[in-house]
Design a protein around this ligand. Sequence first.
Ligand SMILES: [Zn+2]
Length: 69
Amino acid sequence: MKNYKYIKHKTKKCSICKEALDVMVSTETKEILWDQGNNADPYNNGRCCESCNMQVVLPLRITLWRQNG
Ligand SMILES: [Zn+2]
């Protein structure tokens, strides 16, 4: 069961789309569970939001992995 949600970070920005990073917040206690975004490597060496992670970084990782394989 999902007991967290995503809200927008107040200051940190995604290094790919420049939108606010996603912050994972517990829906029960309201505490911040994770606010560091995702590792954008190998796209760049910054952090990225959930949607860029899914749409840009993970496909790139798979592509590079296939090339190396
Ligand atoms: Zn992004």
